[in-house]
Design a protein around this ligand. Structure first.
Ligand code: FPP
Length: 228
């Protein structure tokens, strides 16, 4: 057992490059990425990760081709709820962060039904970031706080207006496919996160990659601005 519950964030990058290398459409990369996602979730459970946040669709991803956007929306409507037996067998609770309102109705329904059906599971909390952006998250929380009459917008007050303030700040963020940037993921909560960047493309990830990320993280000394 870990002394503290661990929150791992994953930026799942490289689906397009994986598909291109195989002369396949980008959408085939996303489908392959979904398969690796299941292996990674099992790897996270085996490594006793309590919170796993996954960057599935950013507020900027609407700029992609209409074909790619509709394919991803189709994955949300057809693949999220259909994995219910997998969540129930493995004690997975699904949450989302991000503004679901512009999503197609069937995707919203599939997501909300999944959240409701898994609400009592507690082996691992899987937080799906869908139409999520870190800047939008902060701005939304600040607006809600103002509407609620708050006059002193401290970091703690702002955070209390997040969609899931009960989910602790992320401890480590790993990104696949060699890019070294945060891309608007968990901006506020990554203030003291550790970062692990991996060259492997997302569809090639499996259980062992979670173990590797956490092994690297275990050597980091976290001071949170103080001295050890
Ligand atoms: C980034 O790779 C990946 C995405 C924008 C989508 C990630 C989504 C999944 C893995 C599927 C999630 C689905 C469900 C149902 C939870 P990229 O396309 O930017 O790759 P590239 O940088 O090589 O072009």
């Amino acid at each position: 057992m870990r002394e503290k519950e661990l929150h791992l964030g994953l930026i799942m990058d490289g689906n397009g490059r994986w598909a291109k290398a195989r002369h396949l459409p980008r959408t085939a990369g996303h489908l392959a990425g979904l398969k690796s996602l299941k292996k990674v979730v099992l790897g996270a459970i085996n490594n006793e990760v309590k919170y796993l946040s996954l960057y599935c669709f950013s507020t900027e991803n609407w700029k992609r081709s209409q074909e790619e956007v509709s394919y991803l929306m189709g994955l949300f409507s057809s693949k999220i709820y259909s994995e219910l037996p997998f969540y129930q067998e493995n004690g997975i609770k699904i949450l989302t962060i991000g503004d679901l309102s512009p999503l197609p109705e069937d995707a919203k329904k599939a997501i909300n039904d999944t959240i409701e059906a898994t609400k009592d599971n507690d082996t691992i909390i899987l937080q799906l970031a869908i139409n999520y952006g870190g800047q939008a998250e902060i701005s939304m929380a600040v607006n809600k706080a103002i509407k609620n009459g708050e006059t002193n917008l401290t970091p703690e007050v702002i955070r209390s207006y997040f969609e899931h303030p009960e989910v602790p700040p992320v401890d480590v963020i790993a990104r696949s496919a060699g890019e070294i940037r945060l891309s608007n993921f968990l901006l506020f909560d990554s203030a003291y996160a550790e970062f692990v960047f991996c060259d492997k493309l997302w569809p090639d990830w499996d259980e062992s990659d979670v173990t590797k990320v956490l092994e690297e993280y275990s050597h980091r000394i976290r001071r949170f601005g103080g001295v050890k």
